[in-house]
Design a protein around this ligand. Sequence first.
Ligand code: AMP
Ligand code: MG
Length: 344
Amino acid sequence: MKRIRKFIIIALSFTMLFITSCSFSDNENKTISKDTFMLDTLINVTIYGSDDEALIDKAFEKVNDLENILSVYKENSELYNIKLDAGIKGTKVSDETMNIIEKSLDFYHKTNKAYDITLGPLIELWDKCRETETLPDEETIKEFLHLVNSDKIKIDKKNNIVTLEEGMFLDLGASAKGYIADVLKTYLKENGVKNAIINLGGNINIIGSKLDSTDFNIGIRDPNSDAGSYLGVLSVSDTSIVTSGDYERYFEKDGKRYHHIIDPSTGYPVENDLRSVTIVSENSLNADILSTSVFLLGLEEGMEFIENMNAVEAIFVTKDKNVYVTKGLKDKFKLTNEEYIYND
Ligand code: AMP
Ligand code: MG
């Protein structure tokens, strides 16, 4: 039996690089991989040991359907309707949307109000500023800050109704990709997929291991370099890996970086010692919410937060090029860029 050795490097996302090297026999040597642009980012699904392309097409359809429910920027989405009804009446939502909102509220409390999905108006403001590379005026920030407060989200669980005050709207940008990655994982597994990688703009969800039963190698992005450069490699199977970083969506003005993770206590991008946080957790929704939450908390508080959680690990990269890795990743993470200092 002829053995083939493959080395594939796929730099699909702004966040992560995925590297794998597989050996397998000809009859197992079926890999299908497709890219598309959705969720405002590049997405890819790669299935090993299958040539059923329709599965990936169906998965992409699911992404599209879920984006049409969860994105506040899609007309007639549930989030769009909540915004439209704010100050007028409550909005009926699906169980899925209700679950994500409830989970978000849980993290709002756990992060001492740093993780706040009512940041919608300020997130939209900063998105526009990024396009024009101009700073918002302070008055507008102050005005919009009055609309930010998750305590004001009213939830009628029995009837699945969400009510907001006038002018408020919700943004699930920090969690939707994670939720969708979980849905795709379930869908592919239900359809017999045993080895696959779902990559939603760097939000990675892995099914199983490589075909030779070894771990996949995931490159962790070097925040100081281009997409495609990594500072270390994480070897893992059957888990989700999600990174939040200040290099994902940002602009620079007068030497200062304005990125996309907003501190609800100031209305400005959060400022602390971190460049990026990578979360490793089986559940991708958790990993996504956690990556943003921990980025908001900063190194010390964020590290404590993660160490107090079960079955969740993290990699922190600081502005002074230190890399901190939680205990559970000691044997799984390898720093490859010598400019960085390893700490465990
Ligand atoms: P991520 O890349 O997963 O960290 O998510 C970043 C996205 O989360 C942003 O683009 C916003 O849509 C949203 N976001 C920004 N700041 C916050 C915050 N403090 N709490 C919750 N969501 C936020
Ligand atoms: Mg996130």
